[in-house]
Design a protein around this ligand. Structure first.
Ligand SMILES: Cc1ncc(C[n+]2csc(CCOP(=O)(O)OP(=O)(O)O)c2C)c(N)n1
Length: 513
């Protein structure tokens, strides 16, 4: 058995059975080893698609997938979506091919400071120096990724082709989230008991779903506190029958307005609200003066356990959780705008859908309209690097083949990683990609005004408009094997969305705004 075979067998034995790949010459032995029925290999036509897909896979499955990337440049192409994954707490195992050790000294064209490129975004970084130790290194890499970290294994050619030891079949323990200290929980309980004025509980991480969400709903019912998330969350379970979470607005002025009356903010697996960007004369921290912040659970702690302990300390374990009622669906007609789009989405969302949201200006202010829709998961971009949604949808669809994925993206964002569509078609994934085609970087126009500029000059404007030439998304979809439709009214959008959800396989809807 060579090193590459030992590596793939170890990955499989450690539970990593999906690999998003964009290979090159240095990974030929790994490719040969991927011919293993226990490993699903998915070709991505750009590394940013591979890393984003691995992010989406982890967000839905909770266990890491692998990526296969080609030396420093291949990894560098994937870094932006690794950044987003890192911020979302997604675990990923990157296998990055490198030249054979003896070849590195000659500075061949693809030689680079690969370790240097990998280090800033990898929580864990190893170089497999010997085929004999590759299995142990691979098992350690998986174990490092499992709790939601970026783990990178550099695979030199000679470690791939050399004679290896046995695969690592016994799992190496991955640490579980820490339980918060009870003293801290008691302090928060005491503060809440004597709190004067409104309390906001801000949830992040795993606390936005499952047991954590249910317990937060109990806390809201018991204490009357309000529940919210930051503007972006890694994954929220929402919709009818679930505890509803408000969303702290994106822009500083409405965020300050939203927060202004709270005297206490309790944070669970997240930090206190911070502005996405800084602006002249505007604060970075958004809490009002005199508001106390109580950290109930840190990002890597068990937020559900913390909420359970808090309910215990308040004697409120048995109360019924606050829940969202089903909203009567309203099928909109006429003009397409953020409200009619959100109503169409709410009416058409199938039970248990996964919504990947990169809708930017088209969807950000109207997400509340889908709170009473059928239960669904919502995935958002935690790292702010656009081009995240179509790759993440790819991974989410592979993680949950029995669920429809709705991927909403601005046209500008879509163009970063449009190659995802080809993988949607090749793998016949149940993904509806909705492109909000306003032919501009609209958010940047708002940000330009937020900086206090009254007028936009022609050169600046040209940097924020993507209309000359007009991008034909239906043609792009056709070229990559995805059926598509263009809609210009709210009712046509609703009908097309519904149709796409009823039929298997991918579909693209270009929404002309
Ligand atoms: C990697 C990266 N490059 C650039 C940006 C800056 N940026 C933020 S939003 C945006 C444009 C988004 O346009 P679009 O997706 O069409 O949404 P719209 O604002 O029109 O709703 C850009 C370029 C970014 N966030 N990430």
């Amino acid at each position: 058995m060579n090193g590459a075979e030992s590596l793939v067998k170890t990955l499989v034995a450690q539970g990593v059975q999906t690999c998003f790949a964009n290979p090159g010459s240095s990974e030929m032995h790994f490719l040969k080893a991927l011919d293993n029925p226990a490993m699903r290999s998915v070709l991505c036509l750009f590394e940013g698609v591979a890393t984003g897909a691995a992010d989406g896979f982890f967000r839905m499955k909770g266990t890491p997938a692998a990526t296969l990337l080609h030396l420093g440049p291949g990894l560098a192409n994937g870094l932006a979506n690794l950044h987003n994954a890192r911020k979302a707490g997604s675990g990923i195992v990157n296998v990055v091919g490198d030249h054979a050790s003896h070849h590195l000294q000659y500075d061949a064209p693809l030689a680079s400071d690969l370790d240097g490129i990998a280090r800033p975004l990898s929580h864990f970084l190893r170089r497999a120096n010997s085929p004999k130790s590759i299995a142990v290194e691979a098992a350690r890499t998986v174990s490092a990724a499992r709790p939601g970290k970026i783990a990178t294994l550099i695979l030199p050619g000679d470690a791939s082709w050399g004679e290896a030891g046995e695969p690592q079949n016994f799992p190496i323990e991955a640490p579980t989230p820490r339980t918060p200290p009870s003293k801290r929980i008691d302090n928060v309980a005491r503060a809440l008991k004597k709190a004067e004025g409104p309390v906001l509980v801000v949830l992040g991480g795993r606390a936005c779903r499952g047991e954590g969400l249910e317990l937060a709903g109990k806390l809201a019912a018991a204490t009357g506190c309000r529940l919210a998330t930051q503007f972006f969350s890694a994954r929220i379970e929402r919709g009818a029958g679930r505890t509803p979470l408000e969303r702290i607005p994106y822009f500083v002025a409405p965020a300050l307005e939203f927060l202004k009356n709270f005297r206490h903010i309790v944070t669970v697996e997240t930090g206190e609200p911070v502005a996405f960007f800084s602006y002249p004369d505007s604060p970075s921290l958004l809490k009002p003066e005199g508001c106390a912040v109580h950290m109930l659970a840190e990002k890597d702690e068990d937020g559900a356990a913390a909420l359970g302990m808090l309910l215990g300390a308040l004697g409120a374990q048995n109360i019924a959780a606050r829940k969202q009622e089903r909203a009567e669906p309203v099928v909109p007609n006429g003009k397409l705008d953020p409200t009619s789009i959100a109503l169409a989405l709410a009416a058409a969302l199938p039970e248990n859908a996964i919504v990947v949201d990169e809708s930017l200006t088209t969807g950000r202010s109207t997400a509340g309209l889908t709170l009473g829709a059928a239960p669904h998961d919502m995935i958002q971009n935690m790292g702010g690097s656009i081009g995240f949604s179509t790759p993440v949808a790819t991974g989410a669809a592979l993680a949950c083949p029995d669920r429809r994925v709705i991927c909403m993206t601005g046209d500008g964002s879509a163009m970063y990683t449009i190659q995802s569509l080809w993988t949607h078609a090749r793998e016949n994934l149940d993904i509806t990609t909705i492109i909000f085609a306003n032919r501009e970087y609209q958010i940047l126009k708002a940000e330009y005004a937020n900086m206090g500029f009254q007028e936009i000059g022609p050169q600046a404007l040209a940097m924020m408009e993507i209309d000359r030439p007009t991008i034909d998304f239906c043609a792009l979809a056709k070229g990559m094997g995805v059926p598509s439709s263009r809609v210009a009214t709210a009712d046509a959008f609703y009908r097309m969305l519904q149709k796409s959800c009823a039929e298997p396989g991918p579909m693209l809807i270009e929404v002309c705004l």
